[in-house]
Write a protein that binds this ligand. Structure first.
Ligand code: ZN
Length: 168
């Protein structure tokens, strides 16, 4: 346990380091081949950004702070200690260390855990709005609709032509 006034290392990480990796769906090709139920093969654009998707790569840090206060609480797994720092920050004792290397190990652990969850969410987000079959069906429906409209317009032109001829 650290006393008030002790200088400690907090296991922290900067979450917002963005890296771009090859899209796992199209393998960087930017398009996908989808095989439909009738064995027909179609090619559609991937929704990734130029064959890449964003992933988080947190930067682990051990940050020096001075303990300003502490509180103990009886929890399910025994006594829990939480340290207080300037600016009203409260940190669980799991993230407070006496040395830099110890804090770094924990910081990396925390960062990796965060990144794993975040990256999974990032990929899931893409998957959500790209069920490939849906895209194929959507475009087909639109083509069919547009064709129908075209035929209707063409028929109207034909009628107009016939009328033209009729009056002459
Ligand atoms: Zn892709």
């Amino acid at each position: 346990m650290f006393a008030i006034g002790a200088v400690v290392y907090l296991a922290e990480f900067a979450p917002m380091t963005e890296v771009w990796v090859e899209c796992p769906d199209c393998a960087g090709k930017k398009y996908l081949r989808v095989i439909l139920g009738n064995d027909e093969e179609v090619t559609i654009d991937c929704v990734c950004y130029r064959g890449k998707v964003a992933q988080w790569e947190p930067k682990a840090e051990a940050v020096l702070h001075t303990v300003r206060g502490l509180e103990t609480m009886e929890g399910a797994d025994g006594i829990q200690i939480r340290y207080k720092f300037s600016g009203g920050r409260v940190v669980d004792s799991r993230d407070v260390f006496a040395t830099d290397p110890e804090a770094m190990i924990r910081a990396e652990e925390r960062g990796e855990k965060y990144a794993a969850a975040q990256n999974k969410r990032e990929l899931a987000k893409e998957k959500d709005h790209k069920t490939w079959a849906w895209h194929v069906h959507y475009h087909r429906r639109e083509v069919k609709r547009a064709k129908g409209e075209m035929e209707r317009h063409e028929a109207k032109l034909d009628v107009a032509k016939k009328k033209d001829r009729g009056t002459k």
